[in-house]
Ligand binder design. Sequence first.
Ligand code: PGA
Length: 258
Amino acid sequence: MKKSVRKAIIAGNWKMNKTRPEAKELLDALKPLVANADGKVEVVACVPFTNIDTAVSATEGSNIKIGAENVHFEKSGAFTGEISADMLVEAGVEYVVIGHSERRQYFGETDETVNKRTKAALAAGLKPIVCVGELLWERECGITEEVVARQIKLDLFDVSAEDVKKTVIAYEPVWAIGTGKTATADQAEEVCALIRATLAKLYGDETAQAVTIQYGGSMNAKNCAELLAKENVDGGLIGGASLKADDFNTIVQAAVEG
Ligand code: PGA
């Protein structure tokens, strides 16, 4: 299987941005711009929990899919402040970001909880976008490969081959997130290829070739084409540049052009 037959996915990660009126305004602006991507590139907006309703209504009948930015692993119970996978499905969510480095860094997320959340999301029918990536000092120490391979093995532990095909992996070098420092296209390709090789060891080549692997970390309107042209970069997870319709659309169009 080749890149051309894998699903290209461009997903915005809005993080803690946008009120509901602002969310509607952004999605209303985006809808006509990205309509031509239908059937070619999956366009996703991962939004704060409070915007899900607004986002689902605003994008009804369009080719924009809605995602959440986190999910809890238990079905229900005494977990103050948390949201379950069933609640997200009921709200009309299709994708969910799991294990983002900001959650690992600020909210104590571990590979174990990432694994639990991923399994809970899959069991509920959500498509997880599982984030992995090395810290700057880990790259400087020359252990990027080990770090990322370990994350893939732990985060996907006990996930079946069938479910892995529904899972998106986002390679996000932590030093590139929100810093304006993008990995070069060659650096992104090198690690995305390593992720695919790790998946091949765990699940076999056919499954590994079917998994969409995104790059994320200061991807923007200027650098997207070069990154997305790489064989193992099947899409992007975009923070800052997803908050402006024109910039996000430029990235979607770069993916449409392949
Ligand atoms: P950024 O964020 O594009 O603002 O670097 C990417 C991400 O955190 O997913």
